[in-house]
Design a protein around this ligand. Structure first.
Ligand code: T5A
Length: 217
């Protein structure tokens, strides 16, 4: 069976990744594709347990390198138990955050050594690389305002509690990564309404991966 496709959503807080990942999965299913929706940190039972530790701030006192170790441990379980098997079955995996988040939050902003991040990425993801990464971009003040009103009890997590300079650095680092790897990454202006953003994403997915209406007909 042919390998499936891995599509990842990246970007700062409240850029609309979860909303758009859900919408893309629904749209692809309507075209007849088998789709697995997942997220990081988390996506498998073991990784979801680690997610709680990370987002509660429980690992923050140990520093960014220790947090990077935990993100990698969660990713290793997620890739081995969910992503690789789904891709081997020819499914499309739509993942809300993946390797670029570690490179941005722990690397570019957290200043964790690149050699350590290279080793952790090789251990956790190996050759499991996204076929397409959609980098959703909005000014941080808009994203944080959105995140504060979402339906999760609107309690800021360990990363959302950081200051304005931190979130500006996150945004810049995601744009840098996209610019450095244009064959894999596409930047999406996510400041428009959700329908317009979904349309833009559908057009990119069709053009880059051939997963539009024509391909499924
Ligand atoms: N992290 C993660 C690391 O540091 N290293 C890593 O390796 C990884 C994998 C994850 C945190 O962990 C860090 C990064 C993060 O800080 P999380 O709870 O998963 O934490 O946080 P986010 O992924 O940032 O999730 P958010 O919910 O904050 O943001 P989303 O998913 O981008 O936004 P979404 O879709 O939930 O939308 C937020 C609100 O905005 C509305 C939605 O309805 C919702 O209410 N909205 C819009 N409103 C207006 N216009 C639009 N276009 C809208 N789109 C959505």
């Amino acid at each position: 069976m042919s390998r499936g496709r891995l599509i990842t959503f990246e970007g700062g807080e409240g850029t609309g990744k979860s909303t758009q990942a859900r919408r893309l999965a629904v749209a692809l299913r309507a075209l007849g594709h088998e789709v697995v929706e997942t997220r990081e940190p988390g996506g498998s039972p073991g990784a979801e347990a680690v997610r709680h530790v990370l987002l509660s701030g429980g690992a923050e006192p140990f520093g960014p390198a220790a947090e990077a170790l935990l993100f990698a441990a969660a990713r290793s379980d997620h890739v081995d138990t969910l992503i690789r098997p789904a891709l081997a079955q020819g499914r499309i995996v739509v993942c809300d955050r993946f390797i670029d988040s570690t490179r941005v939050y722990q690397g570019a902003v957290g200043a964790v050594d690149a050699a350590l991040l290279n080793a952790l990425e090789a251990m956790a993801a190996g050759d499991c690389r996204p076929d397409l990464t959609l980098v959703l971009d909005v000014p941080p003040e808009i994203g944080l305002a959105r995140a504060a009103t979402r339906g999760k009890g609107a309690v800021a997590d360990r990363f959302e509690r950081e200051g304005a300079d931190y979130h500006a650095a996150v945004r810049a680092a995601f744009l840098d990564r996209a610019a450095a790897d244009p064959g894999r990454c596409a930047v999406v202006d996510a400041s428009a309404d959700p329908d317009a953003v979904a349309d833009a994403i559908a057009a990119i997915v069709a053009a880059r991966l051939g997963l539009g209406a024509d391909a499924a007909a």
